[in-house]
Design a protein around this ligand. Sequence first.
Ligand code: HEC
Length: 226
Amino acid sequence: MRSYSWSEIRRGVAGALLVAALAHAAALPAQTDAPADVEMGAISGSPEGPRRHFRLRNPAELGTDEAERIYRIASASLHAGYAASGLEEARAYQGWRRFNTAPYLSSTHGNHYINNYVNPPGGAYARFEKAGTLPAGTVIAKDSFSVTETGGILLGPLFVMQKMPPGFNYLTGDWKYKQVQPDGTLLGETGGAGAERVEYCIACHLAREQQDHLYFIPPAFRAAGE
Ligand code: HEC
């Protein structure tokens, strides 16, 4: 894979880069250099380095078809990276039901494009705001990626909510929050290793206490419910 000079980037060879990004995406290794809180600054990192080091303030605006097309290319790399964590949900989630019709931009989850999968025990999620309290054993997994203005694809984290048995944590409605990095590193999980790194998840989701701490999917991207 060749790298790009500053002047090439500045001139904005977006089209060529996008083609290159798409061609290489399937072969991209799991990235260790794109953490969840990736700084969306102007292009940073080494300008001479590989494309995946670049970080942009404004993620590219993709049409839904384009977002879906890129996701189809990137999803195998996402899965392989998360699965390196050894977590069951990281291995299994792409076989679960996907509740969004196309990747959607989530400003609350690092400005990544997001896909939302729920395992069979959480099937009532299909009723969205009418789902009620989901049972223990429910796991919701959101994978994520972003696309830079120059067409580079950055693999993002896997965001997980797992419903634990009653008594696990009153404050979270017994949800365990986890964040798995694109290289399979577990950044943290509530009630476990690195808990302090995922505590901020709790506060935000707590605002939806009346609907089992869930926000659901932006209406325009909801796959038909039950
Ligand atoms: C600033 C508020 C905020 C924070 C912080 C936050 N979330 Fe969310 N979360 C949302 C919103 C809004 C949605 C629904 C829209 C979306 O997906 O962007 C959501 C949806 C989800 C979902 C899908 C289930 C649902 O609510 O319908 C999961 C899983 C999830 N978040 C996990 C996490 C994890 C894990 C963290 C911490 C690493 C986290 N969230 C931090 C606001 C937040």
